[in-house]
Design a protein around this ligand. Structure first.
Ligand code: ATP
Ligand code: MG
Length: 595
């Protein structure tokens, strides 16, 4: 629960370094993503400026029209009305075009960013995923990308409104300075209220987002864990948790409503103070004969135009800070270079034999203590070796080094006599496949789960493989057979069934070395022996490393290696070790199922 909530907090926390002003360095860093879109930005901006020119011209034109209408000479009005209509239509069309252009660009950039991030993440080594929280990654892929996208879409709109402000101001000053002052006098107030409103709403929107996630987590866990909940009769506690989460969300929502209710009317009515002043002072000027009626009308229209940048500048600044913080977090991920990289000139290993060797291998996770402390081990091609050790002794760790999920701190892991760091990663992963005890299956049909490593297998071969791992019969019994979707929101397989699918998935690749990390722990002893027989049949000379707790599994091996305290302490056949090494007997005795 804390993990899930931790992930939520990661997604909803305030930007880490939002406080140190607006700096545009990140825009430059993102330039490779923005570059392909620069043409549409310039084009949209140009169109926006034309639309803006029309927008500024219209109030003046309206004013002139009204002056014509109220004046005594009988000059025709029709041309003015036609002009106004045409301008209005033109502006409407232009606005649609440039907004569409901007949003399209922003969403395209979003796609590019997300793809880039995902491609980068897919290539990151295990050590990276050990270190970061999934929630953090999700947040970077979701809200951070969104924040950057929003800013990129909104920034040009705000920029045009600033330009429109400047142009309108010049036009107004040219008409009447006093009236201009009357019109703009309330605008700083609009800015201040706008900033206050955003400052109060923004933290609340973070809180709301986080609390919505809390509610979702409670619901999700209650549904996913319903069997646990019901078997411990804990429905009441779950209800309480739900009620609490709902109340917390309610508070935040009500608070947001309150802030809106308090400040929005002020924000909406402040510009009207300007209108009032324009009407009062302008009316007086008109009565005095120093101004046309049309100017008053035009000024009133300009006030609306003028307030836009004031209203949104505060919002824009916050958005900019968020976008920058988000961009920096995205860049932080992109700046992580994969620790495991292909060598510049990888050694070619066209047909790996499957000889494994570990020479004085030391390894620990991150900055943690050494887990493996000088492991020396040779597994000849075609050999089946069982690795036995107490829980936590580093057996799975050893398996992960064999297929180069990690590099050792010291020493070398060799495949067919070649340091694995001198081989292409893809070559290592194609030659050494590790099957874990709790395999992850994707929410796709069983056929696709099986064919995950090589999509070009035909149905016949797939069936043969499924038979080899004793999965064919249970798959046939499913309603949709090989088309059954498994995993979340799909058909639930038993632990043993999942393990069989995972074994099949590994066999499809037909690796030279198969490392089974407790991969048959949930499969019946007899079936396990049968599967091993079939595995051997499918590829003579395959090297197999069995990590096992069960005696039945261990006896399938030609040789047993005893791992203790991060080193190989004994090697030999099961019978030899049993006779010679007391520690071996102890570990077997404490092992889970000495079946
Ligand atoms: N990703 C990881 N990050 C940090 N430490 C880890 C990680 N995986 C394992 N460890 C630590 O490394 C040590 C060895 O773990 P490992 O999983 O290799 O043991 P094991 O022999 O496979 O145990 P078991 O028989 O229970 O599967 C343990 O102390 C464990 O806490
Ligand atoms: Mg393990």
């Amino acid at each position: 629960m804390t993990d899930a909530l931790g992930a939520v907090a990661g997604a909803a926390g305030p930007p880490v370094r939002a406080a140190d002003g607006l700096r545009l360095g990140w825009v430059r860093r993102l330039w490779p993503v923005l570059r392909p879109h620069r043409r549409s930005v310039v084009l949209s901006f140009g169109i926006a400026l034309v639309a803006l020119a029309i927008q500024v011209a219209v109030p003046t034109l309206v004013g002139t029209t009204i002056d014509r209408a109220v004046s005594t000479d009988e000059s025709p009005l029709a041309p003015f009305l036609v002009a106004l209509t045409v301008l209005a239509l033109a502006r409407g069309v232009l606005v649609v075009v440039y907004r569409y252009g901007l949003y399209r660009m922003a969403y395209r950039i979003e796609v590019d960013l997300r793809t880039m991030l995902f491609r980068h993440l897919s290539g990151m080594p295990f050590s990276f995923f050990d270190r970061v929280q999934t929630g953090q990654l999700l947040s970077r892929a979701q809200s951070d990308v969104r924040a950057v996208q929003l800013y990129l879409a909104v920034a040009p709109l705000i920029a045009t409104s600033v330009v429109s402000f400047a142009v309108a101001l010049v036009v107004m000053l040219a008409t009447n300075v006093g009236l201009t002052i009357a019109a703009v006098v309330a605008l700083p107030g609009v800015y201040v209220v706008g900033v206050v409103l955003r400052n109060r709403l923004f933290p609340l929107s973070w809180i709301i987002q986080g609390r919505q996630a809390e509610v979702a987590t409670v619901v999700e866990e209650s549904v996913a864990g319903v069997r646990v909940v019901q078997s411990f009769a804990a429905e009441g506690a779950r209800m309480d948790a739900m009620a609490l989460a709902a109340r917390r969300l309610r508070w935040a929502n009500v608070e947001q409503g309150l802030v809106r209710a308090r400040w929005s009317p002020l924000l909406e009515n402040l510009p009207r103070v300007g209108s009032m002043l324009v009407l009062a002072y302008g009316g007086w000027l008109v009565i005095d004969g120093r101004l046309d009626v049309g100017s008053i009308i035009a000024f009133n229209a300009y006030i609306v135009l003028l307030q836009v940048p004031f209203r949104f500048l505060g919002f824009f600044l916050i958005l900019g800070q968020r976008a920058r913080a988000s961009a920096e977090r995205i860049l932080e991920v992109l700046d992580e270079t994969p620790e495991l990289t292909d060598p510049e000139h990888p050694v070619d290993l066209p047909a790996p034999e499957g000889r494994l060797e570990l020479r004085d291998v030391w390894f620990g996770y991150g900055d943690g203590p050494d887990v493996l402390r000088g492991v020396d081990l040779v597994v000849e091609p075609g050999e089946t070796v069982a690795v036995v050790g107490a829980t936590g002794s580093g057996k799975s760790t050893l398996a992960r080094l064999l297929c180069r999920f990690y590099d050792p701190r010291r020493g070398t892991v060799l495949l067919d006599g070649v340091d694995e760091r001198d081989l292409a990663l893809g070559a290592v992963r194609g030659a050494v496949v590790v099957v874990p005890d709790e395999p992850f299956l994707f929410s796709v049909p069983l056929r696709d789960n099986l064919a995950y490593g090589r999509t070009d297998v035909d149905d016949e071969e797939l069936r043969a493989i499924a038979e080899a791992v004793d999965a064919h019969s249970f798959i046939e019994d499913l309603d949709a057979g090989y088309d059954t979707v498994v995993g979340e929101r799909g058909y639930t397989l038993s632990g043993g069934q999942r393990q069989r699918v995972a074994l099949g998935r590994a066999l499809v690749v037909d690796p030279a070395v198969l490392v089974l990390d407790d991969a048959t722990s949930a499969i019946d002893v007899q079936v396990e022996a049968r599967i091993h027989g079939a595995l051997r049949e499918r590829r003579a000379g395959r090297t197999t490393v069995l990590i096992a707790h069960r005696l039945s599994t261990i006896t399938l091996a030609d040789r047993v290696v005893l791992l203790d305290d991060g080193r190989v302490v004994a090697e030999g056949t099961h019978a030899e070790l049993l006779a010679r090494v007391p520690r071996y007997g102890e570990i077997l005795a404490s092992g889970v199922g000495a079946a």
